[in-house]
Design a protein around this ligand. Structure first.
Ligand SMILES: CC(C)(COP(=O)(O)OP(=O)(O)OC[C@H]1O[C@@H](n2cnc3c(N)ncnc32)[C@H](O)[C@@H]1OP(=O)(O)O)[C@@H](O)C(=O)NCCC(=O)NCCS
Length: 154
């Protein structure tokens, strides 16, 4: 079973390689302003995910699971760990861009919205700036999940 934890600097090259092998971009990966997770199994990096946090909302980015381990719940585990972190940071909404995995995000409780709404909510997110610069917003798909605040201990 895969173990999910924060990456060390040594993990970043393997994380980038896994993203690149799956056609995902790697700009700003591991940047201190973001929140990052990796998953390991049998000593190999088999997954990862990141969060870019703004005011009241956060963007899921760089979510990837090794092809051989898909449909076993690892993507969901990484996503729910990002939800926990976003809640702790006071976010009410979690967003994602995805043209390749819309069914995953819908299964995870996201609803489709417009890239324009995402960009207006998270204008300072590095991925939003990158996609704006590349003029990709028009062709992207965007998803939003409303997240409840964490339950306070009595
Ligand atoms: C998206 C991704 C991270 C999902 O990882 P995963 O470990 O396979 O996800 P899970 O096993 O937790 O899937 C949870 C649910 O999502 C849905 N789902 C996941 N992949 C799906 C697919 N390819 N087609 C349809 N539904 C899918 C299913 O409902 C699934 O539940 P089920 O297996 O019980 O039916 C993985 O497919 C991936 O790395 N894709 C390439 C990179 C990418 O597109 N990342 C997203 C951009 S940020």
């Amino acid at each position: 079973m895969a173990v999910v934890r924060k990456p060390t600097t040594l993990d970043l090259a393997a994380f980038k390689a896994l993203l690149a092998a799956n056609g995902q971009r790697t700009e700003d990966l591991g940047a201190p302003a973001g929140f990052w997770l990796v998953a390991h199994e049998s000593g190999a990096l088999v997954g990862g995910a990141g969060l870019e946090v703004g005011k009241g909302a956060a963007l899921v980015r760089s979510l990837v699971v090794h092809e051989k381990l898909r449909r076993q719940g690892l993507g969901s585990a990484l996503l729910e760990a990002l939800v926990d972190e976003a809640q702790k940071r006071g976010c009410d909404w979690l967003y994602a861009f995805s043209t390749e995995a819309p069914d995953f995000f819908k299964a995870m409780g996201f609803r489709e919205t417009t890239p324009a709404e995402l960009a207006a909510t998270l204008p300072e997110a590095p991925q939003v700036k990158l996609y704006t610069r590349l003029k990709w917003l028009e062709t992207e798909r965007a998803f939003r999940r409303d997240i409840a605040p964490p339950v306070q201990a009595a």
